[in-house]
Design a protein around this ligand. Sequence first.
Ligand code: ATP
Length: 275
Amino acid sequence: SKREGFATIPNVSWSDIGALAAIRRDLQTAIVNPILHPTLYNQLGITAPTGILLWGPPGCGKTLLAKACAAESRANFISIKGPELLTKYLGDSEAAVRRVFARARSSVPCVIFFDELDALAPRRDSGSSGEGGGESSSSRIVNTLLTELDGLSDRSGIYVISATNRPDIIDPAMLRPGRLEIPLFVDLPDPSARSEILRTILRYKPVVADDVEAVVELGHGKECEGYSGADLEALVRQAGYHAIGRLASMLNMEDFRAAAARVRPSVGDIKRYYG
Ligand code: ATP
């Protein structure tokens, strides 16, 4: 089932993710190993973190990483998009947050993924507080999230991964120890990372054998400067359209060159985001 907010086990493994090796290692230690080997953690007296914050520009693999964590640990996965929770449960978002955690408790081990966390947990001091003299709805949601996070003990079997492009506007209390305590920056890929990602995406694509290395090399070059993982995915899709245009059933270098001329980097200047 792909229904929002229900538990599933995703079919994404570490091998479906190109580059990002250091982050994959950190997530293996923080989430996958504690789920797979809880007694070892107990015996060694090591406390697993409650939650992680993946932050960085769009399209660089945050969702993919969260899914792979759940799949690699054979845990259930509950995916929540911040803005959807707000609009779907208008006026009753706190109850919706509590239901998410209740559902997770009934399907342990479980990874809860809060995408676009900034929409759900913005700084409580920012603007719209005190409607009708009471707490604003956004600060009630933050308080509910904090209560639920604080209720997750080391052995609860529930892990929270959150993602945002805007860590600067998240309520800082969310990021304290025992909550989303480990921030991991998921950067725009550098030239070698782009090549690795391309190689990963191309694994199951029909590329003319003699052209594979040249295509991977293209990822390294100026043509793909500033591309995110999502842009590399778009590159391969565009190459596919180009191949269809010439009624070919295999992708070749010409298809990828034409595609690279069409795909523009979607992120733009990363310094605009993070200074
Ligand atoms: P957003 O902030 O927009 O939610 P995100 O960081 O969560 O973006 P993903 O949804 O994980 O990005 O990535 C978008 C798509 O780009 C993926 O479905 C995948 O096809 C491709 N992609 C991104 N990064 C990688 C990667 N490291 N390896 C392979 N594919 C990738």
